[in-house]
Design a protein around this ligand. Structure first.
Ligand code: 5GP
Length: 191
């Protein structure tokens, strides 16, 4: 699971990594946020109305869900569970509230926190990408203060300066997690 403040570059990092590692499944979340220019339903997000989202909550259709800056976000349960049952590694790019819910229900999940090299760079990135109005940028910067308090609940931290280095670090986390003894108990027993 990958979390970090809005503007920490986690979306770019995940894209860089999954483009080179198509064997990993990147979960597509549902949200009630309006699509940004260029975002495609079913690719970037499943864009739902608030009513549709609430119905999915009632149907227990989400593995986790949370409210972030006045919008709902959630991880569709079925597709993720299917991939995990097939033994496929899954990446969730979700906020800290969602990550804490998953950690609670799935203690073997690996939690990665991404940060930009400095707060100033975070601010510059959020303003520079121009996808949000200034009041939304301010809300997201405020939220960053809140999110960073959760960093000590995470297993790994990636400081996202160079995207190539950050993607290599994410790869190293995948590799070391796969090699963990707990993830190889069946093999050891059989052997
Ligand atoms: P954005 O609106 O910038 O796409 O996403 C805002 C925040 O919501 C980001 O921190 C992103 O990681 C988080 N987010 C995206 N999908 C999910 C999800 O399915 N669940 C949760 N809890 N957070 C999500």
């Amino acid at each position: 699971m990958l979390s970090g403040p809005s503007g920490s570059g986690k979306g770019t990092l995940v894209k860089e990594y999954t483009d080179k590692h198509p064997e990993v499944f990147l979960s597509v979340s549902a949200t009630t946020r309006k699509p940004r220019e260029g975002e495609v339903h079913g690719v970037n997000y499943f864009f739902l109305t608030v009513d549709e989202f609430k119905k999915r909550i009632e149907e227990k259709g989400f593995l986790e869900h949370a409210q972030f800056c006045e919008n709902y976000y959630g991880t569709p349960r079925e597709s993720v569970e299917k991939k995990l049952n097939e033994g496929v590694d899954v990446i969730l790019e979700i906020d800290v509230q969602g990550a804490m819910q998953v950690k609670e229900n799935c203690p073997e999940a690996v939690l990665v926190f991404t940060l930009p090299p400095s707060y100033e760079i975070l601010r510059e990135r959020l303003i520079g990408r121009g996808t949000e109005a200034m009041d939304v940028v301010e809300k997201r910067l405020n939220e960053a203060h809140n999110e960073i308090k959760y960093a000590d609940k995470y297993d790994f931290v990636i400081i996202n300066d160079s995207i190539e280095t950050a993607a290599e670090e994410l790869g190293a986390i995948f590799t070391s997690s796969r090699c963990r003894r707990e993830n190889n108990t069946e093999f050891i027993k059989e052997f």
